[in-house]
Design a protein around this ligand. Sequence first.
Ligand code: PSU
Ligand code: MN
Length: 310
Amino acid sequence: MSQHTAGEVPVLSEEVREALAMRRPVVALESTIIAHGLPRPRNLAVGGELEALVRAEGAVPATIAVVDGVAYAGLDKAQLERIAGGEGVRKLGHRDLAPALATGATGATTVSATAFLAARAGLRVFATGGLGGVHREWAQTQDESADLSLLARTRITVVCAGVKSILDVPATLQRLETLGVGVLGYRTRRFPGFYLADSGEPVDWSVDRPEEVAAVMAAQDALGGPESALLVANPVAEAEQLDPELHDRVLAEALAACREQGITGQAVTPFLLGFLVRATGGASLEANLAAVRGNVRLGARIAGAWAERA
Ligand code: PSU
Ligand code: MN
């Protein structure tokens, strides 16, 4: 048992603690994308690069993960290396946090666990790649990411490039509507498609500036009611997206391979993302990274606009 379970959750880095105390902008970053969403060794460099992007925009990065049974917001170099190293690093959704803390496990946090820990620490803005959602095989597997239900009851703003295109996007948007999670298109009226700028689905609300996002956040708080999240759907630039034809062809192969190999549960998303990287000769990785970089930059600007209002 870890002796830390009764302590501060998450433990804040000095930099994050100071920024929060001084009401300076902070952006939460997840770690599953580093540990399980990107190939090694590139993933470690990306982890550092995303933090540098946040700093370049004048905000403080708070990468969230669990190391030896302690949840952290703001990792030092050695902790980031542990998470990127892969060996023995578990994938932790929100429901996995209690067993991970109680048993001293080391794990990367998904959107659901990261959003939960970030909100608990008083962070309001979180940037990631693409959310989890309803899988295309839902009728057989009932596989719907815990990201959705957690965001229905967590007051946080999540900047994402939509939901991963490996999912059933219309079904996921329907679930977000049912769960009462707000969605804003950022400079678009189309819901982004993660590797693609446009998923083919519309969004009802669109904003053009970080200050407008902050105004919506303030209105959420003023209204009260269920403590739900706000999604800011920020498309990858068309010049950096994956070729849509290649995307559709390779995704069909990936879904077939997933079925044939009997991949289930938490392994599904990393399997599909990894398959796409190999089958596109790395092109999906570049599109994924372009999307994440854009989200992290925008997240920092929204955190800045939010801090201005405080
Ligand atoms: N976005 C990415 N890469 C990822 C993920 C998101 O660009 O690897 C991760 C997120 O952590 C998300 C998780 O919460 O995939 C969803 O996994 P699942 O479908 O098992 O809930
Ligand atoms: Mn799942």
